[in-house]
Design a binder for this molecule. Structure first.
Ligand code: DGJ
Length: 741
């Protein structure tokens, strides 16, 4: 790894074994983007890379250059990375290089989560200083190159050095110019209960974007996109991945100009954003992660998974094996009392489940979703011994105890609202819109954050609580903070997120041994910002196994399996009414952090035997399921989507588990083979089938097979035997357990 600056050509070359990133200080001092892609030899300057492809505009810069951090008003008519309204009302900026420094390691971002290093040798950082003299504005661009990852982490800081105030109206975390537009844009989009489906489109002239204006990253689009060549597959070809370490309003956009060049930008959504900088004040953007792969989407995902799992997630739970939970939500909803919870817990304990999570409904007068958020004192009618009493009884059963909270919200029917109605977000003289019968607390206000820290540190300090599910069930309407002056209302959304991060930071610091899981009506805020505090997230309220295939597949493009909480629930499924086999539900949930979300006392004896077997199977391979390398094999988004397959393989490639899923059973469809990847071609693997059976699939695959054979020929996944086919039915799953013989 090195970050070199050639004094003669004024080219910066960030280079490691996976990538090169080249920036040049042009003759007039402007910063031009030269290249980002496969590594180039170290010695050459590549100054000639200022590309003639970027045509079509007369500008103040001389060459029609691709700018490294573009501004508006200087003749580059594409979308800018930064825009600042100056005291005279103008917004154009003409940024010129003033200096740079390179240092070992990686700085933290003030008030914002970011990736980090544990030793200085893990990364080098380049800081480039730019200035616009008439505006008296300084911008510092940061590029961290990790020694052994195909990743550059970027952020920018904008500083007003003059007396009068200036207003930042757009501040992207990264902008990247590419000399052509022969790319497919891959995004993770959806809605509640069908989050992060893979959506692809070819880049076309003009703007194409995804984003959020909801105050949270949202169910609809994830702050992540990939540009891949049309020929790129899981194994081959070029792809860029861009991810924003942020949980609020974002924009990810590609701008293709008339000559077919592409600009991609990623950052806080400029819509509704305006940040006032007094003299000497600085604005810091969130961090953007830029990854490059010339070995397909699989390698791109590997890079994101390892970074997010090992250098974004923090604390003891980053590496610790995650417990198998039983969550009472779908078992009881709001209708429970202590005896019922203890029955669920003790029944789950007998099955080997490790941690009981008490979900919504334990506080105030919360018997439905229309009251009590904000009144975080236990409902003694339901739980006469309090949280402490229940937690101790759960611990006495040999389980750990976890609890659900929704800190950022308030119900109008609550004491908190009666006492502090002004803490709820709302625009003056306009009615407040409720979502799920609740309002949002103004997290931009320090007194709200302090209050919540007091309430939840009290809760966590007075009961043996090992796990917290931090939920957030509505987006923001009537955005406004009573604590901000009129000219600063454009700061509200970002200040909300900064306040939420501050609360999370304080709680995780005060209670480092607690495992936090984030949640937002399922996966409505499943983003890298949240992963920095909570190493796992409730992937989706959708617990149906068939629907989960798409959700978990899509999520895996960016996020490691250690971040995906996946629960086995009851049938008919509560979201879609589908009845799938218990083994299929488990076979999907295994590929993530396993949990159960059903009433174990309602299981038949045969089902209890199955669940106990599932729990034992998972525990025995927990490291593989939570920290293995996840390899996507057959996509639910391709063809008719009837089959999905993936595997997880240990780092030393000695163990793997393959999951194969078939939605509808098709008559007489003939046998088919599934070729594996990621194994050791030279090793021999003993293969067994789970659940154990004696059908043609089990007979054909069980035994010892070479890694080469499994990768080149594959496993038999569909039996041609009519009797097997009848027995399998719809929604079938089969796992193959591989271990070096
Ligand atoms: C939404 C979550 O996604 C569910 O799992 C559950 O915790 C409910 N909220 C409780 O209100």
């Amino acid at each position: 790894m090195s970050i070199a600056f050639d004094d003669a050509t004024r080219v910066f070359h960030l280079r490691n074994e996976h990538l090169s990133y080249l920036i040049r200080v042009l003759d007039n001092g402007t910063l031009g983007h030269l290249y980002f892609g496969s590594p180039l030899a170290d010695e050459a300057s590549y100054a000639q890379f200022i590309s003639r492809e970027f045509l079509g505009f007369d500008n103040r810069l001389g060459d029609p250059v691709p700018l490294e951090y573009p501004t508006a008003g200087i003749g580059d008519y594409r979308v800018p990375a930064v825009s600042v309204r100056q005291p005279d009302g103008s917004t154009m900026l003409d940024l010129r290089y003033t200096g740079h420094r390179v240092f070992a390691g990686k700085p933290a971002l003030p008030g914002l989560p970011s990736t980090y290093v544990q030793a200085y040798e893990e990364a080098e950082t380049l800081e480039i200083q730019l200035a616009d003299t008439p505006a008296d504005l300084e911008i510092r661009l940061y590029y961290t190159l990790f020694s052994d990852r195909p990743i550059v982490a970027r952020s920018a800081r904008i500083r007003n050095v003059r007396a009068l105030t200036q207003v930042v109206e757009c501040a992207m975390s990264a902008s990247l110019d590419l000399p052509d537009s022969d790319w497919e844009m891959v995004q993770l989009s959806g809605a509640w209960a069908r989050e992060r489906h893979v959506v692809e489109r070819q880049l076309r002239p003009g703007l194409q974007s995804i984003g959020s204006l909801r105050g949270a990253s949202g169910h609809e689009h994830n702050p992540f996109l990939v540009l891949r060549r049309p020929t790129t597959t899981e194994e081959h070809g070029e792809a860029y991945g861009l991810s924003l370490v942020y949980s609020g309003n974002f924009l990810a956009e590609a701008d293709v100009d008339t000559y077919g060049t592409s600009r991609v930008r990623l950052g806080i959504n400029p819509e509704g954003f305006a940040w006032t900088l007094e003299r000497g004040a600085e604005f810091c953007t969130p961090e953007a992660i830029l990854a490059y792969s010339d070995a397909g989407l699989g390698a791109l995902s590997d890079a994101f998974h390892a970074l997010f799992r090992d250098r974004l997630a923090r604390g003891v739970w980053r590496d610790a094996p995650r417990p198998i939970v039983i969550n009472n939500w779908e078992a009881t909803y709001f209708d429970f009392d202590e005896p019922k919870l203890l029955e669920i817990a003790s029944s789950a304990r007998e099955l080997g489940i490790e941690l009981f999570v008490l979900d919504d409904g334990w506080f105030g007068r919360r018997d439905s979703d229309n009251s009590s958020l904000g009144d975080w004192s236990v409902n003694l009618t339901k739980l006469p011994g309090g949280i402490d009493g229940l937690a101790r009884k759960i611990e006495a059963l040999g389980m750990r105890f976890g609890i659900w909270i929704e800190p950022e919200m308030v119900s109008q029917r609550s004491q908190l609202f009666t006492d502090h109605g002004d803490w709820a977000v709302g625009t003056p003289a306009r009615p407040r819109t409720e979502g799920r019968n609740q309002l949002v607390l103004d997290m931009s206000r320090p007194e709200v954050v302090n209050h919540l820290f007091g309430v939840f540190s009290d809760l966590l300090g007075h009961a043996p609580i090992s796990y917290v599910k931090w939920d957030m069930n509505r987006n923001i309407t009537e955005p406004f903070s009573a604590a901000l002056p009129p000219e600063r209302q454009g700061e509200f959304f970002h200040r909300y997120i900064l306040g939420m991060y501050e609360l999370f930071e304080r709680l995780t610091r005060a209670f480092p041994e607690v495992l936090f899981e984030s949640c937002a009506s399922g996966g409505g805020r499943f983003d890298p910002g949240m992963l920095a505090f909570a190493p796992q997230a409730w992937t989706s309220d959708q617990t149906d196994a068939v629907e989960r295939l798409k959700i978990q597949w899509g999520t895996s493009l960016a996020y490691p399996i250690s971040s995906m909480a996946a629960h086995v629930s009851a049938v008919p499924n509560h979201q879609v009414g589908r009845v799938t086999p218990l083994q299929t539900r488990a076979a999907v949930s295994f590929f993530g952090v396993l949990g159960y979300e059903l009433d174990p006392t309602a299981l038949t004896q045969e089902e209890r035997i199955q669940v106990a077997d599932q729990v034992a199977f998972y525990k025995e391979r927990r490291d593989l399921f939570q920290r293995g390398r996840f390899v996507r094999l057959r996509s639910p988004f391709e063809g008719d989507g009837n089959e999905t397959a993936w595997l997880t393989v240990s780092e030393d490639r000695r163990r793997a588990v393959v999951g194969h899923y078939r939605i509808l059973n098709r008559p007489n469809s003939g046998p088919s083979r599934l070729r594996l990847r990621g194994l050791d071609a030279a090793a021999s693997y003993s293969v067994s089938v789970w659940p154990a059976g004696d059908d043609a699939v089990a007979r054909a695959n069980a035994g010892v097979h070479g890694g080469d054979e499994l990768m080149r020929v594959g496993l038999l996944v569909n039996s041609e035997d009519p009797a097997d086919s009848r027995a399998a039915g719809d929604f079938a799953a089969c796992l193959f357990d591989l271990e070096v013989a």
